[in-house]
Design a protein around this ligand. Sequence first.
Ligand SMILES: [Zn+2]
Length: 487
Amino acid sequence: MKRTKLTLAAALALNLLQAAAFAAGDAAPARPNILMIVIDTLRADHVSAYGYKRPTTPNIDKLSRSGVLFRSACSQSNWTLLSFASFLTGKYPRALGMLGPGKGVSGFDYPDLPLGRNEITLPEALKKAGYRTAGFFTGRFNGPDYGFDHGFDLYRNYRNRSSDRGSPVKSFPAFLPEAYKWMAADRTKPFFLLLHSSELHRPYRAPESFVKKYAGDYKGALASTWLSRDVLSTIRKDGGGWSFSPEGSAEHGGPGGAQPASNKPPMRLGPADMEYIAARYDASLDYADKFVGEIIERARKSAPEDTVIVVMADHGEGLGDHGGVLHCTNPPRLYQELVHVPLIISIPGKWLKAAAPVIDQPVELVDLMPTLLDLAKAPRTPGISGKSLVGLISGAQSSEGFSGGVRPVFSETQGYGLTLRSVREKDWKLIFTEKSKDAPAKTELYDLGTDPSEQNDLTSRKPEMVEALRPLLEAWTVENDKEKKLP
Ligand SMILES: [Zn+2]
């Protein structure tokens, strides 16, 4: 106890000394800049650094070679609002009160779920520690209405995707000039800059040259179809294969699946059509990656040794893996294509020496908040669920929360009358769907080591694994439930 107090006192003294150095205008920053690039809707397995078959991400790959790649990073939810709220506070969505009766994604009619003003966000904590902070966002669900502006000296939301059907989605080019200007404006303080790209979000609309590179001369049914949410949500698989309604759905999916708006029968889709959707997605990723390269070059040129760079996603995207596309689906899903996200952290050696270029242990996006606060030498905020990855990165024998190298990771979502949560420990993943009005509770168990795409539910064949994982999920639910009671 005495030892802990001494350590805390020493850390506090160090912080005060650093603050004094800043106040005196010390030219050499005592803390690194933090640049966080969040690519919305990017599933890890389409990033070439994560083994994808196409070279979609040369610039992200390059960053991974100068940094640490977390091979098994898990996002806390399958959609933007819950994921952003979670990684920007270091708390699980449940602990933020974001799940419960009347909440969640339903019929795309979202109730008001603001990120509470009483929650301390990462930019807020860094600002308090002497950072200047800016966030450039491109989505509705990380807008000021949901509380995402607090903590930023400069908050911008350039949400303009898919409004113009004739043009590619451009979020990076829309805000980067202003972001670069802000980055260079003041060198007396370290900065925290969050850049949120929507290039990969539906309708997967990259410039034509990128689409051609990946889709070739495809002339099928989808070539002339605007891939809106209405249309994409009608894509489904049944005994006859894939189909979709070019008219779109009337209400973003009714009970049990999207309902075509017209009386026209759904059109059949073949493998080439489904590949075309993935090709459009990959083209958008390649396009976004060009900007990632440009941003990194800018940041490194102005301060080569002073900027920690994080490249990550808030969640993934279904591309036909489990019977549909998109991420906010009916029913909601927590499969790997939705919660396995890329996470690369590049830290100049003067701030922290990484022991290995790749970390296999499962980690969570809630871990980013304590990790980045540690790197910024800023005090931890109360109630954080995540664990700092600093020890893991530096190869420390005993790393916070990683005893024996094993640690469970969790995700959760809610919508269309269903509540799902999942736990992964090593290669085993259990997904639990609560009992609903229309269906009994459901448990799924997958061995990600032999079945990474979760095609073989082993619940009945491996009851001992279900019994081992279920208590972890239940304990986590009780511990993090804001109301402190089970549903
Ligand atoms: Zn998102």
